[in-house]
Design a protein around this ligand. Sequence first.
Ligand code: ATP
Ligand code: MG
Length: 773
Amino acid sequence: MSVVGFDLGFQSCYVAVARAGGIETIANEYSDRCTPSFVSFGPRNRSIGAAAKSQVVTNCKNTVQGFKRFHGRAFSDPYVQSAKSNLVYDLAQMPSGSTGIKVMYMEEEKVFSIEQVTGMLLTKLKETAESALKKPVADCVISVPSYFTDAERRSVMDAAQIAGLNCLRLMNETTAVTLAYGIYKQDLPAPEEKPRIVVFVDLGHSGYQVSVCAFNKGKLKILATAFDSDLGGKDFDAILVNYFCEEFGKKYKLDVKSKPRALVRLYQECEKLKKLMSANSSDLPLNIECFMNDIDVSGKLNREQSLLSNIGVSLRGELEQKSLKGEDIYAVEIVGGASRIPSIKERISKFFGKELSTTLNADEAVARGCALQCAILSPAFKVREFSITDVVPYSVSIKWNSAAEEGLRYEVFPKNHAAPFSKVLTFYRKEPFTLDAYYNNPKELPYPTATIGQFLIQNVVPQPSGESAKVKVKVRVNVHGVFSVSSASLVEVVKTAEGEEPMETDQAYFNLPGVYCSSLLFQTSAEDAKQEKKNDQPPQAKKPKVKTKTVELPIENNLHWQLSSEELNTFVENEGKMIMQDKLEKERNDAKNNVEEYVYDMRDKLHGVLEKFVNETDRDSFSLKLEDTENWLYEDGEDQQKQVYIDKLAELKDELYDHLDELEVTRVGKQVNDAMVWMNTKMNQQNNQDLTLDPVVKVAEIQAKTKELYSACNPVVSKPKPKVEPPKEEKTENGPVNGQEGTENQPSNPDKAASTGTEQETAENKLPEMDID
Ligand code: ATP
Ligand code: MG
């Protein structure tokens, strides 16, 4: 069981794990804790993370970035269409109407769903976690922005599944931050005391989120969230890019936006400039060599001129409604990369009337919070008890049709309602019916569609008396923040005492218009299971003589932008194939690199440590061989199968003693050593002895020792190298000339025919078999 948290950012990702009794943000194979959210597609493999980012200029059309916000959206969605015009890579419509990305992969045009692309990124993050933990990773917690809708959340869950991850919770980014902050605090108010209110602000690359959180000992409760889902560091980059596009247009007559590659480079340079501006208020230069049409460009800008301060930090409605005053707020904590921009800090501070705190690591807090949540959920890990109550980001309503009236509706979860949470609704029906779930306040949504999904409650039948049956429907916002109709049951009246009517015993009762729906009731506790039990058992005082039986009803879900299980299975399978392809390609590349490394290494040694041991002729011929191999690597050997490189290396390493048995060689080494010790001892003894005395060792003993050494070592070191010839079948493949060679009656090359007698041929034919062993 793994304890891992993933911060799936728009621009970059972080991975945190539980290790050695603590939470640790871990580094990737480049020793970097930040992994760029990039996937690059090539003719033979994919690159993901830092390796993909490094291809953003050279392979810009097939290097995908900034795709986080395409989850759960139609291709026709205005956001997608407007983003599309600024992208260097192509988007395409999936058969279901959702958004996909179009790239060249394995020399074919491919359209990948957004779940697949995020799945690829998660595959990389999973591998990073696995190599740090040195064990397989499946269980994890993944972050999403607090403003993500159901469709987006479900889409990220599918991506996790594609990557083979078992996401225990999709956690809102700011909630993860609150946990990373709160769980370590020792001085929180006792549960019955007034909570400590802390505001958390996360300004990332794509979005701006604010959460107001109430802390007591052992628990945190999100009171409200507010956000601008379209304000982040990227907007500051865009301002700088536009400024320089205009500037270079005037100064160098360049139309930068017409050249994707130049535009990508300008974005990179402007991001660097933006970061420098956070620390410097003086003029800062921007220089790019060979920018476009072989022209070098340069410009300069300072913080004041940059217009960065013109970007507003609006905090809509909710926070003001909460009428939070500076004195109620214990602290305003800021995180997220773009929270380092001075003008932004100033505005946020002004809004809350408070100095800002930077207690947490601005980049890693989300991942750390997710890992903490994973540790809390993991039975294998002991963590301090900490309860987390989140909120519903948008009001959720359901509507249903009745024969008599159209469009009855009910708001099940108002905005900022506690989550996760279940409610039980009661309907009186004679037949199956459909509940339509939707976001009832489209103005709150950054999306054109407010649909969540339809839920068909099946197998509803009237009571034996012909009256409507009582149907209890449990609706839920689960730990991932996703709405669902989690169960439905039919309450059958089995026996009624004479003269008594079945009586409604639930605690809350609403009369709603409509023929078939006579009541709708709800309960108000997150402890749904316990509460439901209570509701099922009528209070003693009112006890009617009614016996009931509950029958579970099947529910058919039709969720908006939900991948079908067939699609998902195909994606899981394809991801497996692509992982395998990447692995094979890596092995092939490694084999190639081994050849290259050997060439450089041996060349160094030939003129270095080994120089003394090689005569000039041998050195020249080996140097030549190395040079030939190097040239081959750039020409014919540029793109070969793995085995070709392995063979090439073996050919280069064709050393005299390669064929010797390792054990025998070790034995020879030991014998030589022993002989040397014997010799040195004797020499020492002799040196320390008066020459008038008999020598410590006699010639005959030395000769005997030498003989002993030779007879033990010689058979091993002079063992002939087995002769390896290509198998005979290969010869026949080479065409008519060799074919003629094999013709016994008419040898076309008498010399060769004479030199390769039948006896030798048989011996040669056997050799390759040995080699295979
Ligand atoms: P999101 O949270 O929107 O999904 P993300 O998590 O990938 O995105 P972060 O890593 O929090 O985003 O922040 C990245 C943004 O912060 C980028 O726009 C980056 O340029 C900006 N940034 C990082 N450091 C600085 C700095 N010193 N000054 C200004 N901006 C910075
Ligand atoms: Mg972020």
